[in-house]
Write a protein that binds this ligand. Structure first.
Ligand code: DGL
Length: 273
């Protein structure tokens, strides 16, 4: 472990792939004095296709290693699919650690909708979760909530970010079920309940059959993390110390370049579950 980690603990941001970068971006703005470690379990990507029990075991094992290697001040689970499954288990297994989770933004959507028709666009895993159903029951029972489990969007977001061409038809096929008309009302909010999706938000806006609010919870997650991380005065650092960890150990060239664009240039390591 290096000196800087002992001196001021880093913030660890976790996702199955590159989606958590949409949260890292906001977290950096609010915690400029902190260093960040970005962990992508890309060997397990996409999480949306996993059965619950093996995924739960994988993430708990992985965190045993990550926490002892990096000793973070706080962990941001920047993945709806992971947190809705293992958030409670992570807190129970590592009670001395602080976890900030990402869950489908159903509560704010229910507060803002005017038509009462909300769609939640997520991975097939996240729409199945008991956690997601509980959120609807607790906060949106007065709304009509349409859960849309997308099989391909997380992969399409990764492809798009790697510079591959993603066709309008492919995207449209995934988002079309979000747009519902019922008795003169229509969907007015689509919750982006997978951290990969904000990368595609401009295309979603262009393709949408009518304008809706695309709700991205990244800033709210970053604010929650800020509340848990003590504010410490620190000189700006010339050296770039943030880095990314890939469980595959083999991010491709485009992904490495993307990480560099996010200031995660320092190193690429492997911690396999
Ligand atoms: N970024 C993840 C989320 O927020 C999921 C992507 C995946 O399927 O691995 O749900």
């Amino acid at each position: 472990m290096t000196d800087w980690i002992a001196e001021l603990k880093p913030v660890l941001v976790f996702d199955s792939g590159i989606g958590g970068l949409t949260v890292l971006r906001e977290a950096r703005v609010l915690m400029p004095e902190r260093h960040f470690i970005y962990v992508a379990d890309d060997a397990g990507f996409p999480y949306g296709d996993w059965e619950e029990e093996p995924l739960r075991a994988r993430i708990i094992t992985l965190f045993g290693r990550l926490l002892s290697s990096y000793d973070p001040e706080v962990v941001i689970i920047a993945c709806n699919t992971a947190f809705t499954l293992v958030g409670a288990d992570l807190r129970a297994t590592f009670p001395e650690r602080r976890f900030v989770g990402t869950v489908p933004a159903i509560k704010p959507a229910a507060e803002r909708t005017r038509s009462g028709l909300i769609s939640v666009l997520a991975t097939p895993g996240a729409v199945k979760r008991a956690y997601t159903r509980d959120l609807i029951q607790s906060f949106a029972s007065q709304c009509q909530v349409n859960l849309v489990g997308s099989k391909h969007l997380a992969r399409l977001a990764e492809a798009y970010i790697r510079g591959e061409t993603v066709s309008d038809e492919d995207l449209m096929a995934e988002i079309a079920p979000c747009f519902v008309r019922d008795e003169g009302r229509q969907t007015d909010i689509v919750v982006l309940a997978c951290t990969h999706y904000p990368f595609l938000a401009n295309m979603f806006r262009r393709l949408a059959p009518w304008p809706v609010d695309w709700l991205d919870p990244a800033e709210a997650i970053a604010r929650q993390a800020r509340r848990l991380v003590p504010m410490v005065e620190r000189e700006a650092d010339a050296e770039d110390r943030d880095f990314a960890v890939f469980t595959s150990g083999q991010p491709d060239f485009a992904t490495r370049r993307l990480m560099q664009g996010f200031g995660l240039s320092r190193q690429y390591s492997v911690i396999s579950p």
